[in-house]
Design a protein. Structure first.
Length: 387
């Protein structure tokens, strides 16, 4: 769809930035991204619940009416990659506080320019989008997937087009997203394609019929995975905007119910999220679809660090669904292990696992069993016979 054909008045601002790539303290334990890059600032899709409206992101423009186009972002990105001595190849997440495939991408093409640079230097990518436009880049995404790793998650939280149009007024419809998922999987079979079922809006999208329908349609559309979370946030400006939109559109009762559910919290209470998560877990099992995304693994010294970290973080994820006090050491041991500057195989070989951050006896026993189970797969050069 032509950008100008979208009946929404926005101001386009062109701005030069000094940096392009943002490095996270830890790789994200949901999407496995170490880096993020925003082709634009502001998002045309205008999802009424979008967390990017909150003060924590320090956006400098009117989120609803202004979109900043980052001039020469691909050139800035390539300069950073070529000139950095410490930048290691890892997963990049285009987007974050915007959709990398919002309608302006059709004309400006910042996202495809970024992807070409990442492909050139063999960086894996994970893209979240509400747009069918991403199918345009199927060949490029397939090339990235074959050379390194590529995942695409279509953000879909309802199968109801009318409800989606209210919540996400300028996004592709759910039907268009499911169709794009099916087409992308066909055109780029090496890309891991799935659904990001988040956030799930309480009292609008959390009924059993909708929960099952999103997972069933994802399976029909060829999804390899579903990541789900009922974790709607209510923060400052974002909360004010969202609740105002509900009230202005005859959802006054829903607004009251949400406020009663949250009771001043940023996130919904544990009992609520556990109930929804358990339902979603059962639906994933029913339709035979994975509820975690298999991560990219580097071929350098980080290889088994990332594998063990994934194991610990996946255990924490399941623990957090069923327990109101999950074992936080699983989380922090996994996150910190991602940043270890040597192979965990070396650490284990010298009997020094207890020196790693958050590695208590429980974690050590889990890791030792994991390594023992996988000893036939460990082929890290001179370390391949240590077990």
């Amino acid at each position: 769809m032509d950008f100008q054909a979208k009946q929404k008045k926005v101001k386009i601002i062109y701005k030069q930035y000094k940096t392009a790539l943002n490095k996270l303290k830890f790789p994200d334990s949901w999407f496995w991204a170490r880096y993020t890059i925003n082709p634009y600032s502001g998002c045309y899709h205008s999802c009424i619940y979008c967390d990017a409206r909150s003060q924590k992101y320090y956006l400098e423009q009117d989120f609803e009416r202004e979109i900043i186009v980052k001039i020469n972002i691909d050139k800035i990105l390539e300069k950073r990659i070529k000139n950095s001595r410490s930048l290691m190849v890892d997963v990049v997440g285009p987007g974050g506080v915007n959709d990398a495939y919002q309608p302006i991408e059709e004309e400006i093409e910042n996202t495809i320019k970024i992807l070409k640079i990442l492909d050139k230097y063999n960086f894996p990518v994970n893209i979240a989008t509400k747009s069918s436009l991403i199918v345009r880049d199927a060949d490029l995404l397939q090339d990235i997937a074959k050379k390194s790793w590529c995942a695409v998650g279509f953000s879909i939280t309802t199968v109801n087009d009318e409800l989606a149009r209210f919540l996400e007024p300028f996004s592709s419809t759910p039907l268009e997203r499911f169709s794009a998922m099916k087409e992308l999987k066909k055109m780029a079979p090496n890309v891991r394609v799935g659904t990001y079922f988040m956030p799930i809006i309480p009292f609008l999208e959390d009924d059993d019929e909708n929960l099952e329908s999103v997972i069933r349609e994802s399976k029909k559309s060829g999804a390899d995975f579903i990541l789900f979370s009922p974790g709607l946030t209510l923060r400052d400006y974002q909360s004010e905007f969202f609740l105002k939109k509900l009230r202005l559109n005859r959802y006054e009762k829903i607004a009251k119910d949400i406020l009663n559910l949250f009771k001043g919290r940023t996130y919904p209470p544990f009992e609520y999220t556990r109930q929804i998560n358990l339902k979603l877990l059962n639906y994933c099992k029913k339709f035979g679809i994975k509820f975690r995304l298999k991560r990219w693994v580097p071929r350098d010294f980080r290889r088994w660090n990332y594998k063990v970290a994934e194991y610990l973080l996946n255990r924490y994820y399941l623990d957090s669904i069923v327990n109101d006090k999950p074992n936080k050491n699983l989380l922090w041991a996994g996150l910190n292990l991602n940043n270890l500057d040597k192979s965990i195989i070396e650490v284990y070989k010298h009997g020094e696992l207890m020196k790693l951050k958050n590695f208590d006896q429980t974690i050590i026993e889990l890791v030792e069993k994991y390594l023992e189970k996988n000893k036939n797969r460990i082929t890290d050069g001179s370390l391949d016979k240590f077990l």
